[in-house]
Design a protein around this ligand. Structure first.
Ligand SMILES: Nc1nc2c(ncn2[C@@H]2O[C@H](COP(=O)(O)OP(=O)(O)O)[C@@H](O)[C@H]2O)c(=O)[nH]1
Ligand SMILES: [Mg+2]
Length: 711
């Protein structure tokens, strides 16, 4: 058996049983040292020969030109290593809260998290956000308190604060020895050993005598929690007997997996201090793919059946594409988590979402930008395909004979919108192409042309994401464009009934033109659209001209009488008219329909409608009052509130879209960065009279722009 395994390894690269795989996201606020910690984990475990640095732009994870320039992660990156015969896949996430897609996709494919907190900055708003995401995904985690080499570091205060903040025991399993310049290493509370940092290695020593009290105090705190998990342990513990290291290890593991408590570790990533023990903890305490076990998908052969797949190489192959990168050299790179079965180069796989079969011609394991070709990969692991252009983030891939569809990743809706104005047509086409590429890499970005406001509108989670993407487009792709606050897509309607009449009659040599139309116009209920009928008296107009009249009516509705916005929510009925045997034509009736409609508009008390957004604002208790007040000043109405969890309340409201366009920065300052919101246009409603001026002015601007474009 061993021999066979070895042979397999030699032929195809090493294959790992799911029980010896750990998929781990490194998460936390920006600038706490996540990327540096990933570098240290790779270096200490022997995956890379030298320790790179964020400040020098030489890390494995931050390899992008923009990342190197800005000295921060803008995307998630994948790398792998091996520690004590366990394969560890690491996904380093950007801490910037707007880049939520990167965090959600990483959490979707990893079982565990190393949650990095800086001993200098402590718990920040961004720390809280990622923590709550991790709670949503019910992921097991260990906290790593980084930057213990800083003078300001206060490990014990931070540990207490973590427990208080997250209302759950967050307890050290490791204590720092010294701090600031005097920080030398850590004490492993489980094994009661001091680990003194020594380059990439550690020297194991006895616990320093002056730390004996602290070690006792924190071991007691730890044992109070872990002993409870097991009857035998609690008996032993209460009787004052010593627990064995193996018992403690097992109990810490079981508590971590169940999120009963969260272990705190500490160190200094730049000095590789604390990294060895963190690697041990990743393999000892964080779950393997077997722990969560199955995934559920929709059986494509029987759509109302759900099928389960396990991280078992014997089951049919299925995988999930959680990330896409477009590389100028490698082309499209698709990151795939294998959920079940085995994938080999040469296999045919089905892109289930698109119904397209694809050949796997190359398969890679990656370390940041470096690709290492492999031949096969098994359930539980993560790999990369290149140049399979049908694959997008969120796609399921499977054995073509046993297709199933896994659930896509859910992202929040964009809430920050910007209008894009480009200098010329060519630039516009180029932009659309680039926007498409951006959505492939970041599915939270949206774009679309608004037919009413005649502008391209792009949507983001927040301003920071907008800045990052615009920078990228301007610097890397060298496209020139202007950004503005989007216009409001007003519409018009009528508020009274009216009749319309027009006779189109022209005699210019040869054939004449003739068509006469009487119509009735009445308002429909809000958001009912446009209805056209005919009720023509005794064949006054032949039926075959009716579609032309309708075209004329529809054309008239494109530009309303108040300010030129499209007219909706009206019912038009043609009821009389006359024709001429020779001179009547489709064109003549279309013109008559158009002018009869305009005639009716004038008499039907036309009004302007505005888009109303459905808004969900996520805030902390303390901020509810302030935010509700602000929504009121935007003419919004609060419909109700839901408590999402201990900390977060959702305010459900409707508000005019126009007012919400400037909400993002205000919400941020009202809530000190804690609040976020989502909105989508839900319906249209009557625009109050005092807002007409804005709507009319905007219409004039649009008209002027249209004319200058034509010129
Ligand atoms: N003093 C100190 N600085 C660190 C440590 N780890 C990272 N840094 C620095 O903190 C900054 C942010 O690091 P980075 O790894 O990019 O953080 P990330 O945004 O969380 O990925 C960089 O200037 C690092 O050199 C550490 O252990 N001690
Ligand atoms: Mg980073």
């Amino acid at each position: 058996m061993m021999k066979q395994q070895k042979k397999r390894e030699a032929a195809m690269g090493k294959i790992y049983d799911p029980k010896v795989i750990r998929n781990v996201s490194i998460s936390g606020a920006p600038n706490v040292g996540k990327t540096t910690l990933a570098e240290s984990l790779l270096y200490v475990s022997g995956q890379i020969p030298q320790m790179g640095s964020v400040d020098k732009g030489s890390t494995v994870m931050d390899y992008d030109e923009e990342e190197i320039q800005k000295k921060m992660s803008l995307r998630s990156s994948l790398a792998h290593t091996e520690w004590k015969n366990v394969k560890i896949n690491l996904i380093d996430t950007p801490g910037i809260p707007d880049l939520v897609a990167e965090v959600r996709s990483s959490f979707r494919v990893t079982e565990g998290i190393v949650f990095v907190v800086s001993a200098v900055e402590g718990i920040t708003i961004d720390t809280e956000k990622d923590w709550h995401f991790a709670d949503d995904y019910k992921l097991a985690r260990v906290v790593f308190v980084n930057k213990m080499d800083s003078e300001e570091a206060d490990f014990y205060a931070l540990a207490d604060e973590l427990t208080a903040k997250f209302r759950k025991p967050v307890l050290p399993i490791e204590l720092p020895i010294g701090k600031g310049k005097a920080f030398r290493g850590t004490v492993d509370l489980v094994h009661r050993k001091a680990l003194i940092a020594d380059g990439k290695d550690v020297k194991v020593e006895d616990v320093p005598a002056d730390m004996a009290d602290k070690v006792k105090e924190y071991r007691d705190k730890l044992f109070d929690i872990i002993a409870e998990t097991d009857d035998v342990l609690i008996e032993k513990y209460l009787a004052g007997e010593d627990l064995t290291d193996a018992e403690v290890e097992l109990a810490v593991k079981s508590c971590t997996l169940n999120n009963k408590f969260i272990p705190i570790m500490c160190g200094s990533a730049v000095n590789n201090a604390g990294t060895q023990l963190l690697l041990d903890s990743i393999i000892n305490f964080l779950p393997s793919p077997l722990y969560i076990g199955e995934v559920t998908g929709q059986d494509l052969h029987h759509p109302d059946h759900l099928v389960k797949r396990h991280p078992d190489p014997e089951e049919p192959f299925c995988g999930f594409v959680f990330k896409t990168r477009l590389d100028p050299f490698a082309g499209r790179i698709s990151y795939c988590r294998i959920r079940s079965g085995v994938l080999k180069v040469g296999d045919e796989i089905l892109n289930v979402n698109k119904g397209v079969k694809e050949h796997v011609t190359h398969l890679y394991m990656v370390n940041g930008k470096e690709h290492k070709e492999i031949q096969t990969l098994e359930a539980g692991d993560i790999a990369v395909f290149t140049k399979i252009d049908s694959l997008e983030t969120g796609c399921t891939v499977s054995d073509p004979t046993k297709p199933l569809l896994l659930e896509d990743i859910r992202y929040p809706n964009p809430s920050y919108f910007v209008a894009i104005h480009s200098v010329d047509r060519k630039a516009e086409d180029k932009l659309v192409e680039l926007f498409h590429q951006v959505t492939l890499e970041d599915p939270t970005f949206t774009y679309g042309f608004n037919d009413i406001t005649k502008e391209m509108v792009v949507g983001f989670i927040g301003e920071t994401q907008a800045r990052i993407i615009f920078d990228l487009l301007k610097h890397r792709n060298k496209v020139v464009f202007e950004t503005r606050t989007p216009r409001v897509a007003y519409k018009e309607t009528i508020s009274g009934k009216a009749d319309g009449y027009y006779k189109h009659k022209k005699q210019t040599g040869g054939h004449g033109q003739y068509g006469e139309v009487y119509l009735r116009m009445e308002p429909l209920k809000r958001n009912e659209g446009f209805l056209f009928d005919e009720d023509i008296f005794g064949g006054a107009i032949p039926k075959n001209y009716v579609p032309s009249i309708e075209k004329g009516v529809a054309e008239a509705c494109e530009r309303g009488p108040v300010a030129g916005y499209p007219v909706v929510d009206l019912h038009v009925t043609v009821y009389d008219g006359s024709y001429h045997d020779v001179d009547s034509s489709d064109m003549a009736f279309k013109i008559a329909g158009l002018h009869a409609t305009r005639d009716a508009f004038e008499k039907s008390k036309p009004i302007i409608l505005e888009p109303i957004a459905k808004v969900r604002v996520y805030v902390n208790e303390d901020d509810i009052g302030g935010v509700m007040g602000d929504i009121g000043t935007r003419r919004g109405k609060v419909l109700g509130m839901d408590k999402l969890n201990e900390d977060v309340t959702v305010i459900n409201a409707v508000a005019p879209y126009a007012g919400m366009l400037s909400f993002a920065p205000v919400l941020s300052s009202l809530t000190k960065g804690r609040g976020r919101f989502e909105m989508e246009i839900d319906h249209y409603d009557v625009l109050p009279a005092n807002e007409y001026e804005h709507a009319k002015k905007q219409a004039e601007e649009m008209k002027a722009e249209e004319e200058s474009r034509k010129a």
